[in-house]
Design a binder for this molecule. Structure first.
Ligand code: 5GP
Ligand code: MN
Length: 345
């Protein structure tokens, strides 16, 4: 049995909305990850089976390694089909905001969502949710939004009706947001849920392979390069930094998603508890920052204080508008400021 994480009043409220809703739109954050896509498609399949007309809309492209997911071909990209998406967002009866806590995480889609008269429900696990939804289901203590979708479907009394497709998507989000159940994954109920998802017919080993073992040769060579030539370790700060410029990306035929997970690698070095990955993003005209930590060091504090971002205690990110060397300088300043917290045993 699962603990009742989501308050009953919110379940009842949402049930009332869903009973009356026909057109439903689900939106997730910019640069959608496994949990954004997994939770959106998990909910999409469930609602479609309930006879609703459902569209998942994301601000921009999602990585190739998620393209196998059932329903992924039906996802609408806002950057490609803005007018159609605007119409759907404005005309929805209910609008779900999944895996983000602030409108700015929707990038160019934010205005359309803010202006929509639809009833809005947030389901998310990032701390400090902004108030832009009538129903806010926000649980930072839960490892993934996908897990919250599982809990929601169960609490709506529909576990029996959950399809294998929905289960596959939910599992994918739970797996990717915990690095394959290697961090943020000590809640025993996660494993009860996995067992229920397996009962739905998912092949968890196959999903792992499809997500984590389908990279290109050039990504592996890029990984070798960054680990050998680019990783800088700061033992005095228990920290590490990897930078990746545009020229380096070109040299290794970089495609979106190729650097996924790189930021975690330095954490496998003894005593390293804070890791940063800085990548020039020429299309977006900025440097994308990814931060990871282990234990109680709050990398989301560094993300919000220095890089106009946010996220979770152990996984966060942000953006920097300026040169790589300026971004590195800023990172080093953060190390100095937080030295005491970084080196404490
Ligand atoms: P990643 O390093 O995988 O891109 O992002 C890790 C986590 O950091 C995301 O799940 C999200 O919670 C947060 N994050 C990443 N980039 C940003 C950003 O630009 N702004 C905010 N607020 N959070 C971010
Ligand atoms: Mn998530």
């Amino acid at each position: 049995m699962l603990t009742k994480v989501i308050p009953q009043a919110k379940i009842d409220h949402l049930k009332k909305w869903l009973d009356r809703a026909e057109k439903i739109v689900i939106v997730a954050h910019v640069a959608p990850d496994g949990d954004a896509i997994g939770s959106s498609l998990g909910l999409y399949h469930y609602l479609e089976e309930q006879g609703k007309t459902v569209t998942v809309i994301v601000p921009n492209a999602f990585p190739d390694f998620l393209r196998w997911m059932p329903g992924s071909k039906d996802i609408l990209r806002y950057d490609k089909y803005k007018e159609f998406a605007d119409e759907l967002i404005a005309g929805a009866d209910v609008l779900f905001c999944l895996d983000f806590n602030a409108l700015k995480r929707l990038d160019k889609m934010a205005d359309a969502v803010a202006a929509s008269p639809a009833r809005k429900a947030m389901i998310d696990h990032h701390p400090y949710p902004e108030e832009f939804c009538r129903i806010t289901i926000s649980h930072p203590e839960i490892a993934s939004t996908s897990e919250l979708i599982f809990r929601l479907i169960c609490r709506l009394g529909d576990f029996e009706e959950m399809s294998k497709e929905s289960a596959e998507c939910i599992y994918t989000g739970m797996m990717t947001d915990t690095g394959g159940f290697t961090y943020n994954s000590n809640n025993r109920e996660i494993y009860f849920i996995i067992s229920e998802l397996i009962a739905k017919g998912i092949d968890k080993d196959a999903i792992y392979r499809k997500v984590f073992n389908t990279y290109s040769e050039s990504r592996l060579r890029l990984m070798g390069f960054i680990l050998y030539e680019k990783m800088v370790v700061y033992p005095e700060f228990c920290s590490a930094l990897i930078t990746l410029t545009n020229a380096e990306q070109q040299r290794f035929n970089y495609v979106k998603g190729d650097s996924e997970g790189f930021v975690n690698i330095p954490l496998s070095v003894k005593n390293i508890r804070f890791s940063a990955f800085l990548r020039e993003d020429r299309d977006a005209g900025m440097i994308k920052i990814s931060l990871r930590s282990v234990g109680d060091f709050p990398c989301n504090k560094i993300a919000s204080e220095y890089f106009n971002g946010g996220g979770h205690l152990n996984a966060s990110g942000g953006e920097f508008y300026g040169s790589m060397s300026e971004a590195v300088d800023l990172f080093k300043r953060a190390l100095v400021k937080y030295q005491d917290e970084l080196i404490k045993k």
